[in-house]
Design a protein around this ligand. Structure first.
Ligand code: GLN
Length: 475
């Protein structure tokens, strides 16, 4: 058990000498070892993390330390850290070491966080179960026969199993929120552009976001605040001001308006999840929050639009892995074209290949108008649905996933079934809006149930305030 509930508890113990950061780090390293079967980490930086812990401990003693001093963080293995492997859980990048550090990670280190290692994930962040990893699947810490969700399954499992304080993940179509729901932790997907993507391996560039997993709202707010903000290395990163999220968590009696869309509570939703959410809605109403029915009429097209647009972007982004410049190169080829072909055939896994082929197809001359262009139009309609909804309400409350964590192997042979499990999360990425998973309940088998809140673009503050209220008063 950790002797603190959140980072502010931790820094108090560290400052008063009641906790040694080195001991705390050793605790996590031991736990990682004891939980090797979870397969949550691809790489653990034992020595460097211990060095960093010693340095930060001294800084804390000197009284001059950063906002995250001593916070122990795992980083999804799609984010670059200089001189460390960045594999994206793919054989094509098996021996690749990054030559620079991602802005989000740099900002954590600048505030004296301790980076403990790189977490497992689906190959190139494509998947909903973490079964598509060249390092093998991650197990759900609550039930080892089940998936932790994906694609940031290692990050979610690491936080749920207390292998680190916080982890960074990425969310292109739910990859933070859905694994957070499956593992029973908090997970925040920020507004597109809130956090710089510099140093994040691109999957679908107009969808990709970076955000934290944590065991409490306070730590998620603090880490999000640190990693957010404009970056000259990413021209899509926003110049919008970043509020002091961690200090603004109290609603101070403000009764935000919450929208409920029936499109998110229909067929396919597990009755236990539905019941758990209805229960929360009742409690919020009783506490004076206005609950309003809203409509998101284009919701039924989200999965189709998402899988057309993201595969298109992926097919273009992944063209760079050709065996010539970096990463895996096949030894068995007689010509340059052969070398490209066999490097990509041998280096990529099945799901990644499927997406490259789908993406190439929807972008091809004969089908561009029928698929890619149409999906772009649908994306606009979905965005407009949200614009309209946020004129009436401050937040939208939905399930995060239609089911609790499913069994390993249950959906892996049926890609469409797997894609459909993203039904409640992909819309936020199509619209670029922020969302959070809140672990609100357990089902009859003791498996976590997640609830999603969505907010308008750049309104992470309301999202976190409401989550903080729910954490403290409702669940
Ligand atoms: N499950 C979604 C997909 O496979 C989400 C991926 C993500 O957010 N990185 O595309």
């Amino acid at each position: 058990m950790l002797p603190y509930k959140n980072y502010s508890g931790k820094i108090n113990l560290l400052k008063t000498g009641k906790l040694s950061l080195v001991d705390n780090l050793k605790f996590f390293l031991n736990k990682i070892n004891e939980n090797k079967h979870l397969n949550a980490f691809n790489f653990v930086f034992e020595e460097e993390a211990l060095e960093q812990a010693k340095k930060v401990q001294a800084k804390i003693e000197s009284g001059n330390y950063g906002k995250l001093a001593g916070l122990v963080i795992g980083i999804k293995d799609v984010l670059s850290i200089e001189n460390k492997p960045t594999t994206c859980a793919s054989n094509i990048l098996k021996d690749f070491k990054a030559i620079y550090t991602a802005t989000a990670v740099k900002r954590l280190i600048a505030e004296d966080a301790v980076i403990i290692g790189k977490t497992n994930c689906d190959e190139f962040a494509m998947g909903s179960s973490n079964e598509n990893s060249a390092f093998g699947p991650v197990l759900n810490p609550i039930d080892n026969f089940r998936v932790p969700g994906g694609s940031s399954g290692g990050s979610a499992a690491a936080v749920a199993a207390n292998l680190c304080d916080v982890a960074l993940g990425t969310d292109t179509g739910g990859s933070i929120r859905q694994p957070a729901a499956f593992c029973g932790v908090y997970g925040v997907k920020p507004t597109y552009g809130r956090v710089s993507r510099y140093g994040l391996t691109a999957f679908a560039s107009s969808f990709d976001t970076i955000g934290p997993f944590s065991n409490n709202v306070e730590d998620a707010a603090l880490v999000l605040e640190v990693i957010s903000g404009n970056d000259e290395n990413d021209s899509t990163s926003s110049k919008a001001e970043v509020p002091a999220l961690a200090n603004l968590l109290s609603l101070n009696g403000t009764k935000l308006k919450i929208g409920i869309a029936k499109e998110y509570f229909g067929e396919g939703l597990s009755s236990e999840i539905k019941e758990a959410l209805e229960n929360i809605i009742k409690k919020l109403e009783a506490d004076g929050f206005e609950i309003k029915e809203i409509h998101l009429p284009h919701n039924e097209y989200t999965i189709a639009a998402y899988y057309i647009l993201t595969t298109a972007e992926a097919s273009s982004n992944l063209a760079r892995y050709d065996g010539a410049r970096y990463g895996y190169r096949s030894e068995s080829s007689a010509s340059l074209i052969e070398m490209y072909k066999s490097s990509r055939s041998e280096g990529f896994g099945n799901e990644v290949k499927r997406r490259i082929m789908l993406g190439t197809y929807v972008l091809s001359a004969g089908y561009y108008d029928a698929y890619y262009r149409k999906a772009q139009k649908v994306r606009r309609f979905i965005k407009e649905d949200f614009d309209k909804a946020f004129k009436e309400v401050d937040l939208i409350l939905t399930p995060t996933s239609p089911t609790v964590a499913f069994k390993i192997g249950e959906k892996s042979s049926d890609p469409l079934e797997m894609y459909l499990s993203d039904i409640y999360t992909t819309s936020a990425n199509l619209a670029g809006i922020p969302g959070i998973n809140i672990p609100v309940a357990k089902n009859s088998e003791g498996l976590p149930i997640g609830m999603q809140l969505l907010a308008n673009q750049f309104n992470e503050q309301a999202l976190l305030q409401m989550s903080y209220y729910i954490q403290g008063n409702i669940i």
